[in-house]
Design a protein around this ligand. Structure first.
Ligand SMILES: [Zn+2]
Length: 411
């Protein structure tokens, strides 16, 4: 892949991915159809991967009563990043900056035993956080974004394994999108802005380090960069201007379970307090999309392309046959365009290239007579003459790269 320095903002504009308009509000994103398709594909892949790998999907509201955020500690430690409350029926509600309290309450709805653990709740959670207007930037720093958020609730003896599994899952996700360069950080306690005892923090930090070492990663320490409820592992990706952005994050939490009085019935028949891991693997879907745009320079792999193929005819005489190919591909679920313009073939091929479409399907007299097509792929500009069956086999193979898999953690 050729190196480039085009920012995701420019690529996003050129490829019709997103827009931000002053009349909507600062830091709020409008996803346009190509961007929304890309996001749908990201979400679909990731949701399937989560369900295959032992997560249960949940949905929770965008707002919640102030008492939730008091109990969680957000109003004491995170208020500067939250929007002002909304008053409804004499009660205060806050737009959620995180989803933790909701997942905790789903856990608490019904008694859990050690046999139920670990429990892994996942959701695409749209959250709102106040950021100074001066730092807002494209899709990387916004005020409303969606996290691929999950909370893992486990018995203390399971927590190390769960952190490791979350880390391996995270590496799997990054690899699926061809990210091979990232940096791991262990973010530690900020004594002014944290809850829990220093001894618990130290223990948790050392467990995070163990997981990172076991996964074969090198790490740096981000002194004082932990969440207010516990230390975390952050995986950071670098954008085209050399700036690092936190994407995946795996956060250890030994505080919220206590504050929300979560418990499970142990083998001894007694109540025990579980531990919790907060984790997001894309991090913010907005930010991850920005990283993807820059990483691929907009040239997404076939399975991830908003438009996967474009059909071009040499002349109008092949229109009918081309339409039948288009309809067959459409029915199989491929995202296909049909260039019906009167431009010469060379211009149509160039237009498909400029639009970064992975596969161009060319149909002329020869192809029509043989019920075949000529295929040109973006990476490999040479042309191949293929029967329709061979075309379908080729596309199916490319499509299958985006399939979610079960992840074995025994490395
Ligand atoms: Zn959380």
């Amino acid at each position: 892949m050729e190196k480039n320095n085009i920012s995701h903002i420019e690529l996003g504009k050129h490829m019709d991915i997103f827009t931000k308009l002053p009349e909507v509000g600062q830091g709020l994103v409008l996803w346009k159809p190509h961007g929304a398709m890309l996001r749908y594909l990201l979400e679909k892949f990731s949701q399937e991967a989560h369900i295959l790998n032992g997560y249960q999907w949940v949905y929770t509201p965008h707002i919640g009563k102030s008492n939730l955020w008091e109990t969680s500690g957000h109003l004491d430690y995170y208020k500067d990043s939250m929007y002002n409350p909304i008053e409804i029926d004499g009660e205060e509600y806050y737009l959620k900056p995180m989803s933790c309290p909701f997942h905790v309450l789903i856990y608490k709805d019904g008694i859990k035993s050690y046999r139920d653990l670990p429990i892994r709740y996942a959701e695409y959670a749209s959250v709102y956080r106040y950021e100074l207007s001066g730092v807002l930037h494209g899709l990387t720093r916004v005020r409303g974004f969606t996290q691929d958020d999950a909370h893992i609730i486990a018995a203390p003896e399971q927590i190390e394994e769960e952190i490791f599994r979350a880390l391996i899952f995270s590496l799997y996700i990054l690899k699926k999108f061809n990210f091979t360069k990232y940096k791991a950080y262990i973010a530690t306690r900020n004594s002014a802005k944290s809850i829990g005892s220093p001894a618990d923090w130290e223990k948790a930090e050392s467990q995070l380090k163990q997981a990172v070492i076991k996964a074969g990663l090198e790490y740096e320490i981000d002194e004082g960069g932990g969440a207010f409820y516990g230390p975390k592992i952050d995986l950071k990706l670098t954008d085209n201007s050399g700036r690092e952005w936190q994407c995946s994050t795996i956060q250890f939490d030994f505080n919220l379970p206590e504050r929300f009085q979560m418990f499970y019935i142990g083998q001894d028949g007694q109540k025990h307090t579980p531990m919790m891991v907060h984790r997001a693997l894309f991090g913010s879907i907005e930010r991850f999309t920005a990283m993807l745009l820059e990483h691929f320079n907009g040239e997404f792999p076939f399975w991830l392309s908003p438009v996967q193929a474009r059909i071009l005819t040499v002349s109008n005489e092949q229109k009918k046959f081309a339409e039948s190919v288009y309809n067959r591909l459409k029915k199989e679920g491929y995202r296909i365009e049909f260039d019906t313009s009167d431009e010469p073939l060379g211009a149509k091929i160039r237009n498909a290239e400029i639009s970064k479409i992975p596969v161009t399907i060319i149909i002329g007299t020869k192809e029509q007579q043989a019920s075949s097509v000529t295929v040109r792929t973006r990476q490999d500009k040479k042309q191949q003459f293929l029967t329709l069956d061979a075309l379908f086999r080729m596309l199916e193979q490319e499509q299958s790269i985006g399939k979610a898999e079960y992840i074995h953690t025994d490395l």
